[in-house]
Design a binder for this molecule. Structure first.
Ligand code: GRF
Length: 218
């Protein structure tokens, strides 16, 4: 818990940071139960860092992991997050897998967003995988991170249609619009302590009117 009574969250981002922006925007509302305490990136020039700067959030850009042993790298991450009092971690377009040691520093308190309706299409190029398989409904998933790649229990999902003339750019853009809605929603459920882990699935103590899914028709 942070000193303003809101839960301190650390965000790890490698890319353009539109999901980070959605989280920053949610946290800009004082009634939102979390605040972003620090943003870390493994890419020095990542636009995500500019977004954090603009929101007045501390940023740290880490050395390239290729130049650093994994254990050392993740120990640096954990130390930086602990220094900022972080309780929950959000991966938001973070392109590296986090290690078991990292996960044990934040047990069942690391979230990720993936641009597919998991367990379909884990890993990279999820939107292209969806197009290649000809699915008619695609989407995004917020899940708890476990030691696998996009295998952790699902918290929220958002679905979108796939149109005949979609390419990876148009489909990715449509999926992003639901990502930006479900990530703050899932983060709220998480930091309010409403996730109940039941084996490989999660139950959520839902508030009236709240749902764990989202569908944008067109
Ligand atoms: C998103 O599609 C997210 O689901 C995936 O990486 C992308 C990051 O986009 N993990 P952004 O950096 O949040 O704009």
């Amino acid at each position: 818990m942070s000193d303003d009574g809101r839960v301190a969250v650390g965000v790890l981002a490698s890319g353009s940071g539109t999901n980070l922006q959605a989280l920053l925007d949610a946290c800009a509302n004082p009634s939102f139960p979390a605040r972003i305490a620090v943003v870390l990136s493994n890419r020095k020039g990542a636009p995500a860092l500019d977004r954090a700067h603009a929101a007045g959030v501390p940023v740290l850009s880490l050395p390239k992991r290729r130049q650093t042993p994994r254990a050392v790298y993740d120990a640096l991450l954990v130390e930086a997050l602990h220094d900022h009092g972080v309780v929950w971690v959000c991966l938001a377009g973070y392109m590296l897998l986090v290690s078991p040691a990292f996960l044990s520093a934040f047990p069942d308190r690391v979230l990720n967003i993936h641009p597919a309706l998991l367990p379909a299409f884990p890993g990279i190029h999820a939107q292209q995988q969806a197009l290649d398989h000809g699915v008619r409904i695609a989407g995004a998933t917020v899940h708890l991170v476990d030691e696998g790649c996009d295998t952790g229990p699902v918290i929220c999902q958002g679905a979108v249609p796939v149109f005949q003339d979609d390419d990876v750019t148009s489909l990715s853009a449509r999926i992003l619009t639901v990502e930006h809605q479900i990530y703050p929603r899932a983060l709220r459920m998480a930091v309010e302590g409403r996730l109940r882990l039941r084996g490989r699935r999660i139950d959520v103590d839902l508030r009236p009117g709240e749902s764990r899914w989202l569908w944008t028709g067109a």
